[in-house]
Design a protein around this ligand. Structure first.
Ligand SMILES: [Zn+2]
Length: 207
């Protein structure tokens, strides 16, 4: 980890949503928390192979700012806040459930130095008490959905393979959902590998 990333493990006393001064023990100011709550939670209609998809907030305003600060500006100290909010809206899996992160493209993971979906899934596992299975899914090839148009994403979903056998209900975790094409591709593989059900939770939802 680079020195600048280590320094940023500690969220500075500025709100990640608006940049204004914030109480040292908080990472998001009261006003931004209100805005975040007003833009969610969002419960999407089921997709093929996915019974429920929930997101904390829309991918705009405060929600987008917080996710960008964590994902692109190295404010890793926001992860507990983000994961705790996700655990509040996540669909219930039951006791036999497990948490599985949506796999990142290999190049994306290397460029950023860490994997946001895996980081959030690990924390969500801690909040919910559900076991995490990080090796369940792999993304084949270097395809990435970000930057592609909506119609291209829907027509050209990523290729996801399941590497483990499942039995209970899986809670898929990602940072943001756009068309749901990636989640659906993951869910299909999980069902084919035996999952009894697939649910999904993300921090933001592009609308
Ligand atoms: Zn704020």
């Amino acid at each position: 980890m680079k020195a600048i990333q280590i320094a940023r493990l500690f969220v500075p006393p500025a709100c990640a949503g608006c940049g204004s001064a914030c109480e040292p023990e908080r990472s998001v100011c009261a006003e931004c928390l209100r805005d975040l709550d007003l833009s969610g939670p969002i419960h999407d209609p089921p997709l093929p192979d996915i019974d429920a998809i929930s997101s904390v907030a829309t991918h705009s305003g405060v929600g987008r700012s917080i996710l960008s600060a964590y994902k692109f500006n190295g404010l890793f100290g926001l992860a507990p806040f983000i994961a705790s909010r996700m655990s509040e809206v996540a669909p219930a899996t039951g006791e036999s459930g497990c948490v599985v992160p949506v796999p990142a493209a290999g190049l994306r993971r290397r460029l950023r130095g860490f994997d946001t979906a895996e980081d959030l899934a690990e924390r969500l596992s801690g909040w919910t008490g559900l076991p995490i299975r990080t090796e369940s899914l792999v993304r084949i090839g270097q395809g990435r959905q970000r930057g592609k148009g909506r119609s291209t994403r829907l027509a050209d979903p990523p290729v996801i393979e399941a590497r483990e056998v499942h039995d209970g209900v899986v809670l898929l975790v990602d940072d943001v959902v756009t068309t749901g094409a990636t989640l659906a591709a993951c869910a299909r593989s999980l069902r084919e590998s035996g999952a009894a059900g697939v649910l999904a939770v993300t921090f933001t939802r592009r609308v």
